[in-house]
Ligand binder design. Structure first.
Ligand code: FAD
Ligand code: NAD
Length: 463
């Protein structure tokens, strides 16, 4: 049977672009790709990249404060112009989008700038009505911000809207305690917005190591975020040019803007899945096996739409592995068990790889090497900001099970720690490494004795 394409990719984001480019350029496949919005997807256009640039913009006040502590007595952040920043941001995103497009074009990928939907196990229908056939189809449609179902929530912004605001709000409410709420609370407060963050739990960043979460929670307040724990909105209504929010404790307050950062849903709506036998998980994510293959042999899915580990490098690896396996005859699975990540807070980031203390303890006995200290850089400037370095070690095998860092540039540090930990390094091998001095990271190789040994909980593995 002949097809229009060897591979048709739906979605030009992190996973889709990588798969399309490699299939065409390295394996000579005839590839088509449909993108309904801007090329590059969430990460490039409305996620990682613009977010990180905003984080950089937001640290001027903290840097000026630190420098005053070093004798630059008049150091001030000055005036921030959102208009100037936005213009530069738009230009940068356009530059990146063009690079993505050029890469696809060089590889020989045929790009369709429109929405696509499935029309069978080997068929795709484009928004203009054209039908294309493909031997293999890759769904890489990503995710969309999720709302929580309260009255008036359509008045709120979602993360996509933050990058295209005409002006900064004077007073903003951020709802949630996850990656996006915490990063944007840091950003908005840093840019001078009166920022309130409402989170229903008792410490932000659920799922991360508890000790690190507590430090992140304290830091948000320290940088000027009005963090309200155990609080969640139940209704939003228009109030003049602003929004009146009713909270679950009965209080009401007005804000210029509200951001719902309450998770993301896999984007499968209107994708024509009913024309196939592809199965969905309960939350609407596409069900795939370890090869990213759905239960229909010709249809694969990668990235956020499969809701495995929703990070850009994971989507890229899944896309690349799928192509190596199917087009390169080099079977490659993705190991989702040890994936490092970072939350870009300021002044200290929270970065992690492997098991948290709570997860490690749940599986058996664990030696916890943990140190919390004031680093010389900020201590000299008179700041109370604390750094945490933690290693979790299996007392029987000596293997390092997890590493958690709360500190300046923790994201950069965890990238390096992820290499030995992914290779199965032991604590003895960490100890054998001579420190780089004076750094904060040297603690990772100088913590000699455990801060505590947690015995196995009854009913778990090791005694
Ligand atoms: C605010 C924010 C900050 C983030 N920061 C980070 C970070 O710092 N580090 C990190 O690793 N991850 C971060 N992420 C997560 C990261 O962006 C995603 O995990 C990643 O983009 C997923 O890639 P993907 O290929 O699965 O989907 P996406 O990048 O979302 O791409 C999907 C593409 O498919 C297109 N599409 C959807 N349906 C159709 C259709 N039917 N037809 C045609 N096109 C379609 C969409 O327009 C989109 O371009 C962040 C996410 C957000 C929202
Ligand atoms: N630095 C990074 O790597 C980075 C940054 C941003 C986003 N991301 C990715 O994007 C994903 C989405 O980010 P996110 O912050 O939206 O999601 P999240 O899952 O991290 O956080 C969602 C938050 O919303 C709250 N919430 C959910 N339902 C609620 C309800 N009904 N009422 C009140 N609160 C509710 C949760 O308690 C949680 O605090 C992340 O999981 C991550 O994979 C990564």
């Amino acid at each position: 049977m002949s097809f229009d394409y060897d591979l048709f990719v739906i979605g030009g984001g992190s996973g889709g672009v990588r798969a399309a480019r490699i299939a065409a350029s390295e394996y000579g496949a005839k590839v088509g790709l449909a993108e309904e919005s801007r090329m590059g997807g969430t990460c490039v256009i409305r996620g990682c990249v613009p977010k990180k640039l905003m984080i950089f913009a937001a640290q001027a006040g903290l840097m000026a404060e630190e420098m005053r502590g070093y004798g630059w007595c008049d150091a001030q952040s000055g005036t921030f112009s959102w208009e100037v920043f936005r213009e530069k941001l738009d230009a940068e995103l356009t530059r990146l989008e063009l690079i993505y497009r050029a890469g696809l074009s060089r590889a020989g990928v045929e790009v369709h700038d429109q929405r696509a939907r499935l029309a069978g196990h080997h068929e795709i229908e484009l928004a203009d009505g054209t039908r294309k056939s493909a031997r293999h189809i890759l769904i890489a449609t990503g995710g969309r911000p999720a709302l929580i179902g309260i009255p008036g929530e359509e008045l709120a912004m979602v993360s996509d809207d933050l990058f295209v605001m005409d002006r900064l709000p004077g007073r903003a409410l951020l709802v949630g305690g996850g990656f996006i709420a915490c990063e944007f609370a840091t950003i908005l407060a840093g840019l001078g917005v009166d920022t309130v963050q409402a989170y229903r739990g008792d410490a932000v960043l659920r799922g991360f190591d508890r000790e690190a979460r507590d430090l992140a929670t304290l830091q948000l307040s320290a940088v000027g975020v009005d963090l309200r724990l155990g609080l969640t909105p139940v209704a939003l209504e228009r109030a003049g040019a602003g929004i009146r929010v009713t909270f679950d404790d009965g209080t009401r307050e007005e804000f210029d803007a509200v951001l719902m950062a309450t998770g993301r849903d896999p984007y499968t709506k209107g994708l024509g899945l009913e024309t196939t036998e592809v199965r969905l998980k309960r939350n609407g994510a596409i069900e795939v096996d370890e090869w990213s293959q759905t239960c229909v042999p010709s249809i694969f899915a990668v990235g956020d739409v499969t809701d495995r580990v929703n990070l850009t490098p994971v989507a890229i690896r899944e896309g690349h592995s799928f192509v190596d396996t199917v087009f390169g005859a080099r079977p490659r699975k993705v190991d989702h068990s040890v994936v490092a990540s970072a939350v870009y807070l300021r002044p200290h980031e929270l970065a992690t790889v492997g098991l948290t203390e709570e997860e490690a303890h749940a599986r058996g006995a664990v030696d916890v090497y943990s140190t919390v200290f004031r680093p010389m850089r900020s201590m000299f400037a008179g700041s109370d900001a604390k750094v945490m370095m933690k290693l979790l070690v299996d007392p029987v095998t000596d293997k390092v099970l997890g590493c958690h860092i709360f500190g300046p540039e923790a994201g950069e540090m965890i990238q390096l720690a992820a290499i030995p930990i992914g290779m199965g390094a032991t604590k003895a091998q960490f100890d054998a490494t001579i420190a780089v001095h004076p750094t904060a990271a040297e603690e990772l190789v100088t913590m000699r004795s455990p801060s505590r040994r947690l015995q196995a909980l009854s009913g778990t593995g090791l005694a």
